[in-house]
Design a protein around this ligand. Structure first.
Ligand code: DOR
Length: 441
C-alpha cells in the first residue's frame, strides 16, 4: 500500500526541516520526502493544506495504561487508541501497575500487550521490587529485555542510598532513572499545593519544597555518581531553578513537565473538583510562569502528560479522598498549541521537538521522533488552527478525568499513521461534512 501525503507543511525537528512538501508512505516506511511526488506513485493520495503540519508521530514518555491490574481505568488497547487520537505513536508506560513491572516476565508482558495496538509502547521498569524501596530490580536484565528507563513513579525512591545505587547502574548502562521527586514526610496528608488557596479551601497542603528537596538531592547524587536523572512532572519554580543551575554545570540531567502545570494553577481547585487533583499538585501562578519560561529556554526538555486514568466513580469522591491523576493524551497537543504556538512562545519546530524528537533522544527510542526516508512511518497530521471543545464523552480513553473539560482549544491531530497505517482520522463534524458536500448549514 502506497499513501501520498500531498502538500502539507513538513516539520521535522530532528533535521530542522520546515517546508511544504510531499511524503510518500510505502507499506510501513517513509519512501520519499520531496516536492511534487507524482500522484501516480501512490495507491491513495491525501491532499493536505499548506497550513496543516506533517510531523513525526508524537512521543509521550510518561503514561499510565493500568495494564495489568486495572482494566476498569484503562487497557493497553484503550490507552493506545487515546494516544493515536492525540497524535502520539510512541509512549512509555510507568510500572505502578498490579503486579508492578519489576521482572523480565512483566517487561515481556508489556511488550506483548503492545503488539496488536500498532503503536510503539515501551516499559519503564521499576527501580525497586514492588516499588517498595527495599530491593533493587535487575536493571541490566530488564534493559536487555526492552525496558527503556527505570522509575518508582507514583512514589519517590525514598532512600538516598538506593537512589545512589540505581544511578551507579544508570551510568553503567547509560539509561535514565526517572525521578518522581517527592519527600513524603513533607507532603504529609496534603492534597493540593500549600498556599493561599489551600488555606482558603481548608484543605491540607503539599509544600513546593516537598518536590524541590528531592530534586536537590538527586542532582547531588547525579553529580556524585555520574548517573542520568530524568525529572518527571516538574511542577515548582524552585525545582526549575535547581535544574537550570545543574544543567549550566553540565550535569547529566533532563526534565519534563505537563500541559496541566503550564496552563492551570491551584486556583482551579476552588470548586473542589477532583479532576484538578494530581500528584505533584497544580501550583501557584508564579510556578506556572517559571515553567513556561523553562520550556521556552530549554531547561525543560520534554512535554509528557502523566496520563493517569481513574474511573468516574473513583473521581466522584470528595476532593481529599479522590485518587491523584488526570488523563492527558487527547488534550496535550491542543493545550500546547493553544498556549505555546498561538501565543508565539514557541515556533512549530521547537514545539514539535519537545513532543517528539527530544523525548525519543533521551530514552533512545531510535524508531521514533524522526521523519526520514527508510524510517518507520509514524506520522501525525496536525491542523494547528482547528478549534474544538474538549468533551470527555468523545475520548477514546476509558476514563474521563480531564481538567480541560469544556475548554476550547485551538489545534489537534487530524490523522495519525503508525507503522505506515492510518490508525486515527478525526471524523468531520456535521457542519464540515455539509460544507464539503456544498450544502449550507
Ligand atoms: O497524579 C499522579 N497520578 N501522579 C503520579 O505520580 C501517579 C499517577 C497515577 O498513577 O495515578
Amino acid at each position: 500500500m502506497k499513501t501520498l501525503l500531498k502538500g502539507g507543511r513538513v516539520i521535522n525537528p530532528a533535521t530542522g526541516l520546515d517546508q511544504v512538501m510531499d511524503v510518500l508512505i510505502e507499506d510501513n516506511v517513509i519512501a520519499a520526502m520531496e516536492s511534487n511526488i507524482p500522484a501516480a506513485r501512490a495507491d491513495e493520495v491525501i491532499e493536505l493544506k499548506e497550513t496543516q503540519w506533517v510531523t513525526p508521530g508524537l512521543v509521550d514518555v510518561h503514561v499510565h495504561f493500568r495494564d495489568p491490574g486495572n482494566p476498569d481505568k484503562e487497557t493497553t488497547a484503550t490507552g493506545a487508541a487515546s494516544a493515536l487520537a492525540g497524535g502520539f505513536t510512541t509512549v512509555c508506560v510507568m510500572p505502578n501497575t498490579s503486579p508492578v513491572i519489576d521482572s523480565t516476565p512483566m517487561v515481556q508482558y508489556i511488550m506483548n500487550a503492545a503488539q496488536p495496538t500498532g503503536i510503539q509502547i515501551f516499559p519503564i521498569a521499576a527501580v525497586t521490587r514492588g516499588l517498595e524501596g527495599e530491593e533493587m530490580t535487575a536493571i541490566g536484565t530488564l534493559l536487555q529485555n526492552g525496558a527503556v528507563g527505570f522509575s518508582d513513579d507514583g512514589r519517590p525512591v525514598s532512600s538516598a542510598n538506593m537512589m545512589r545505587k540505581a544511578l551507579e547502574y544508570s551510568k553503567m548502562f547509560d539509561v535514565p532513572i526517572v525521578c518522581h521527586a517527592e519527600d513524603c514526610t513533607l507532603c504529609g496528608n496534603g492534597v493540593m499545593h500549600e498556599g493561599y488557596y489551600s488555606t482558603l479551601l481548608g484543605l491540607p497542603g503539599i509544600p513546593s519544597v516537598a518536590e524541590s528537596v528531592m530534586v536537590a538531592r538527586d542532582i547531588e547524587l547525579a553529580r556524585f555518581t555520574g548517573g542520568r536523572v530524568h525529572f518527571a512532572h516538574v511542577s515548582s519554580k524552585e525545582s526549575v531553578a535547581l535544574i537550570r543551575q545543574a544543567k549550566a554545570e553540565g550535569l547529566n540531567i533532563t526534565a519534563e513537565t505537563t500541559p496541566h502545570y503550564l496552563s492551570l494553577t491551584d486556583a482551579c481547585c476552588q470548586g473542589y473538583d477532583p479532576d484538578f487533583k494530581m500528584n505533584g499538585p497544580l501550583r501557584a501562578e508564579s510556578d506556572q510562569k517559571a515553567l513556561i519560561d523553562a520550556v521556552m529556554d530549554g531547561t525543560i526538555d520534554v512535554i509528557a502528560t502523566d496520563h493517569a486514568p481513574h474511573t468516574p466513580d473513583e473521581k466522584a469522591m470528595a476532593f481529599d479522598c479522590a485518587p491523584n491523576g488526570v488523563i492527558g493524551l487527547e488534550t496535550s497537543l491542543g493545550v500546547m498549541l493553544t498556549h505555546f504556538y498561538h501565543t508565539k512562545r514557541l515556533q512549530p519546530l521547537d514545539l514539535i521537538k519537545i513532543m517528539s524528537s527530544r523525548p525519543a533522544e533521551i530514552f533512545k527510542l531510535k524508531a521514533s521522533g524522526n521523519l526520514a526516508v527508510g524510517q518507520r512511518a509514524d506520522i501525525a497530521v496536525i491542523d494547528p488552527n482547528l478549534e474544538w471543545q474538549v468533551d470527555p464523552a468523545q475520548f477514546k480513553s476509558k476514563s474521563r478525568n480531564t481538567p480541560f473539560k469544556g475548554q476550547t482549544l485551538k489545534g489537534r491531530a487530524v490523522m495519525t499513521f503508525a507503522n505506515g497505517r492510518c490508525l486515527y482520522r478525526l471524523e468531520a463534524s456535521p457542519q464540515e461534512t455539509a460544507v464539503a458536500a456544498g450544502r449550507s448549514f
